[in-house]
Write a protein that binds this ligand. Sequence first.
Ligand code: ZN
Length: 244
Amino acid sequence: MFKQVIILKRKPGSMILALLLLPTLCLWGSNINYPQEQAVMSYALANRIIVVDAGHGGYDPGAIGQGKTLEKDITLAISTKLCRTLSQAGALVIALREDDNDLAGDDFSGSLSERKRKDLAVRVAMAEANKADIFISIHANADVSPRWSGAQTFYNKNSAEAEKIATAIQDELTRILRNTTRKAKTGSYYITDKTDMAAVIVEVGFLSNPNEEKLLNSEEYQDKVVFAIFSGIVNSQLENDEPI
Ligand SMILES: [Zn+2]
């Protein structure tokens, strides 16, 4: 495994920038056996600025599964792995959250709903300040009924690029996870509504479905989800490049 990743950290309200000095064709650890064909095409991500947003955090757990899994923990685990993979492929990665804190700031004193709004506003502002080419927000879904399952992407309806990326990620989630027939859809989220960036929400599965909750807690399944998201982003960017 290669570890040539430099993490430049700043305080919340600024940014965390991870960049790779020595791009490598090796994506990550040796315990992944499924095809790594995207490794040889990862030049498509070179110097792309990609913001990875681990949904929720701190006081805000997000959805809670029947087995007490917290959405904020799943989003952080998957986002951390995704940041590493994208960095290793040469992208300039900005991780909005690297620990169990929201981004409203320690000194914020409003109500919980005001705090949530501030947290989301800071996430969007950080992405815009860093002129992100791609904004990927990781979430997990939930419903009152346990029957629903399947990962699904949502995108900013004002961005053709977002639609392309969300569709490419959905295709790879379908191909690699083999347990979802969902389609990429436009979504009305704070992050997709408040910006014209190529913003994509990835709902990695339903925590309200006991089987999917169990899967999402598994390191191996998380790695598959990460590879699918990564592979979809690569596919979406290939045609943006000039022919070699
Ligand atoms: Zn969420």
